[in-house]
Design a protein around this ligand. Structure first.
Ligand SMILES: Cc1ncc(COP(=O)(O)O)c(C=O)c1O
Length: 429
């Protein structure tokens, strides 16, 4: 047999592969997710506005205060060691001193003593949620979420072929009476509820912090039914009052709550470092399901260097003050420019303001008018598992990323968009 040329083999193989159907190889989970769902965040990508767009859609940290110099110095210290530790495989659970440091902070801030064994480091909190799903969900298991909720996590649950049910919420968090009734119905149907997914602190998109009474009720319901609470705590450290809300994990007595944490919102989303915090028996189940040889030991060491002398505490304190100021600027400007079209309740932390639209105005119409005026934001119904908002029409405004000037100008543009959408409504009636 003669050795054929590389290009003729490639042509032959391409022709053969064009006869095969990739869907026949695609996993059940990836088929279930279907194409196009990866990027649907409720934000319209129409960009042909006359003026450069101001984005009130990005729930990410302020770009001008990212601690570049401090992280660079921390990276230098992390690498400036005699051994090859930072540049070598680090193991599945993550760099121990960083887990120790997290345990020290949780013990200090939440008043319940925990150790490194209560943590495993992941690829952001999205990675933490994915890992918890890998450890506890089988196809067909039920996850109950709040409605509205973070659509990224809904994708994760669906990617693990879970059946997602939801309960409503208000500014005190999840309606726990509704949860109890739903749990009873599901159990009566023979379903297995594995997770109750909540964003208990400064919810995305609603900004709500769950009241203590509902936290206690939620813990009791979950324990009675043997379902785990998956508490997505991406925003818990960004509180504007004197103290953080009492953590579900701290109230739980140690079992029953899996907390997903992250450095994304406190420092930067590009780090991709987060963690699962839970009872060591739960962490052990998670560790069984890690197949990617751990995350970056280099970044873990950099973060440890950054945290160990209190730099994270100082940064977080500055960021809390900045985000509170940004929220004040946005809400004052909305009062000035958008009344009577929008109403809202000011959140006590986080990145998001959830705005209800006056009767008749729709989120889609306002989003389109906003793009004409040069301001973008997601529609509220994109955050509902059903993609329908039973509580009226809402939009979500993020105040973390835009500059103070852009928040003022964005509200001015939104005011003009409200008027334009209202005029269209009148003309149509
Ligand atoms: C509620 C919530 N959970 C998780 C994430 C994902 O964050 P991470 O960057 O830590 O994966 C986000 C990001 O916007 C979020 O809003």
């Amino acid at each position: 047999m003669t050795v054929e040329s590389a290009s003729s083999l490639a042509d032959e193989l391409a022709a053969v592969w064009s006869q095969h159907d990739l869907d026949a190889l695609t996993s059940d989970a990836a088929q279930y997710l279907s194409a196009g769902t990866a990027t649907d965040w409720g934000i319209s990508y129409r960009m042909q506005s006359a003026t450069p767009l101001i984005s009130l859609g990005s729930g990410i940290p302020d770009p001008d205060t990212l601690p570049r110099r401090e992280l660079l110095e921390a990276m230098q210290r992390a690498l400036d060691v005699p051994d090859d530790g930072p540049l070598r495989y680090g193991g599945g659970v993550g760099f121990d001193p960083l887990r120790d440091e997290l345990a020290r902070r949780y013990t200090r801030d939440r008043g319940v003593p925990v150790t490194a064994e209560h943590f495993t480091l992941t690829n952001g909190s999205a990675g933490a949620i994915d890992l918890a799903c890998a450890a506890f969900l089988s196809p067909g298991d039920v996850v109950i979420s709040e409605a509205p909720t973070f659509s990224g996590s809904l994708r994760t649950f669906r990617g693990h072929q879970a059946e997602v049910h939801s309960v409503g919420m208000d500014h005190e968090g999840m309606f726990t009476d509704e949860l109890e009734a739903l749990m009873q119905r599901l159990v009566a149907q023979g379903k297995r509820v594995k997770f109750i997914y909540t964003i208990s602190n400064f919810h995305n998109p609603m900004g709500a912090a769950m009241s203590l009474r509902r936290r206690q009720h939620l813990l009791r319901i979950a324990a009675r039914h043997g379902a785990l609470i998956l508490d997505d705590d991406a925003y818990g450290e960004i509180y504007f009052g004197e103290v953080a809300p009492t953590a579900l994990s701290a109230l739980s007595g140690g079992m029953g709550v899996i907390t997903a944490g992250t450095f994304s919102k406190m420092i930067a989303t590009g780090l991709r470092v987060g963690w699962v915090h839970a009872h060591p028996d739960i962490i052990e189940r998670c560790t069984r399901m890690r197949f990617e040889m751990g995350n970056s030991p280099l970044l873990h060491r950099m973060l440890f260097e950054y945290m160990k002398d209190g730099e994270l505490d100082r940064h977080t304190e500055r960021m809390r003050a900045l985000y509170e100021q940004k929220l004040d600027v946005l809400t004052s400007a909305l009062h000035e420019h958008c009344e009577p079209y929008l109403t809202f309740k000011k959140p006590a932390g986080g990145f998001f303001l959830w705005c209800a639209l006056r009767d008749g105005l729709t989120a889609d119409a306002l989003q389109a008018a906003g793009l004409d005026e040069g301001v973008s934001f997601p529609v509220g119904h994109a955050f509902f598992p059903s993609r329908e908002d039973p509580s009226g029409h809402h939009i979500r405004l993020a105040f973390s990323w835009a500059s103070i000037d852009d928040l003022r100008e964005g509200a001015r543009r939104l005011g003009r968009a409200c008027e334009a959408a209202a005029q269209q409504l009148e003309a149509a009636s």
